[in-house]
Design a protein around this ligand. Structure first.
Ligand code: GDP
Ligand code: MG
Length: 175
């Protein structure tokens, strides 16, 4: 299998897509604060990962703006995506309600080999969490998702752990 994978982020504006990618790409930087500016159309990153067994993977990462006006721009980048990160904000009900709209938008670009991973971000905000575990479970049951993750960009290693899990699964599926 091609050791190059394309990962594309989708989800409403403000859910933390850029923060997740920055948190991962800058994981060696000791900081609990990440500055992001609203994504204009698309941001792109590329990096190389190596498994403990020495296997390589080259990752092309497309961070797309969730704003309506960039819908046509986004469609130019969906083709050939291996893994979609479908991101919502655990603290923002509206971003959860939008998930179906996002699945519909990417559906022409999803085939049997495509993974769609659901990512609930901002797990650090406990007090006002408005997406219930039941609603989340129901959504997961009703939709063809490969995995689901809960992460926070504020501290800890949840984002790093998520990418590690994604890459491990990829290596396993390509033996
Ligand atoms: N509390 C909290 N805020 C976050 C987290 N991730 C991102 N944010 C904030 O959410 C806002 C939008 O983030 P951004 O990455 O630009 O969202 P995007 O529009 O989806 O790319 C920024 O103010 C971030 O600092 C998180 O895990 N926890
Ligand atoms: Mg962004």
């Amino acid at each position: 299998m091609d050791p190059r994978i394309k990962i594309t982020t989708i989800g409403d504006s403000g859910v933390g897509k850029t923060s997740i990618l920055k948190r991962y790409c800058e994981r060696n930087v000791a900081s609990n604060h990440i500055n992001t500016t609203p994504t204009i159309g698309v941001d792109y990153g590329s990096f190389r990962e190596e498994s403990k067994a020495g296997r390589l993977i080259y990752v092309d990462l497309f961070d797309l703006s969730g704003k309506d006006k960039y819908q046509n721009v986004r469609k130019e980048f969906y083709e050939g995506t291996d893994i979609f990160l479908l991101v919502f904000d655990l603290d923002d009900e509206k971003s959860f309600q939008s998930l179906n709209k996002w699945l519909k938008e990417i559906s022409p670009f999803v085939n049997l080999r495509t993974n769609v991973c659901l990512v609930g971000n901002k797990s650090d905000i406990e007090s006002s969490r408005c997406v219930s575990a039941e609603d989340l479970e129901k959504f997961v049951q009703e939709n063809p998702l490969s995995q689901q993750y809960k992460v926070t960009c504020m501290y800890g290693t949840s984002v790093e752990d998520m990418f590690e899990d994604i890459f491990c699964r990829w290596w396993k599926s390509s033996v």
